[in-house]
Design a binder for this molecule. Sequence first.
Ligand code: 13P
Length: 255
Amino acid sequence: MVRKGLIVGNWKMNINHLEAIQVVQKLSYRLDLGDYERVDVAVVPAFTALRSVQTVIEADRLPIGLGAQNCHWEESGAFTGEVSAGMLAKLSVNYVLAGHSERRALFGETDDMVNRKVKAILSHQMTPILCVGETLDQREAGETLAVVTGQLMGGLSGMDADAVTSTVIAYEPVWAIGTGQTATPEDAAEVVSAIRVALGERWGDAAEHVRILYGGSVNAGNIAALMAKRDIDGGLVGGASLDPDSFASIVRYWI
Ligand code: 13P
């Protein structure tokens, strides 16, 4: 089973809409069609920059995917400060993150909320990127696989094989995010492979089609070793995606 690589830049709460236009244009100058044939590339700006980035992507016909960092599961209503999946779909958004560890830890997102978001994203024909990962305490207590599979099954609860195939999973160990401490390729691959096994036990062959990304201090120096692992299909990149030069080097990891 050949799964196409996917490199996603999560800008988090960085880069205003004016800066975003420049970052995407610079990124596009550094990538060529051969790169996009080899890997799918996506950027995930803050909500305020989505429209500007979408306009650049459309005007220049860039083969760059557009992602959003979050959404609400309801279609519309009295939810001050929230943005619905339908609103994002109207902006030609392709990917939406669900259950990033920062949202779980800082904004109280539970597996049930994440599951509703994943379903709302899919119902608008966008691709959810379901994020899972353990904290350092959980890793040291030997709970990594239990935590990760718990978040996985919680996030995908009630879904059939087709829906699971349309979902991207991102394994992001919390202790590796923004710390410069990347999981070794072996540690990352061990958990990512366990995720694929868990998917296979529940959804059969669909597991072989699901793209699973690694995230946590990914940079141009470590991406190639991560991508060399059979079960790791791509990267969810934070800090190193803010600079178009470093992000382009990650996208072109084989060079
Ligand atoms: P860093 O690459 O900055 O560690 O962030 C990872 C992340 O959280 C991407 O979603």
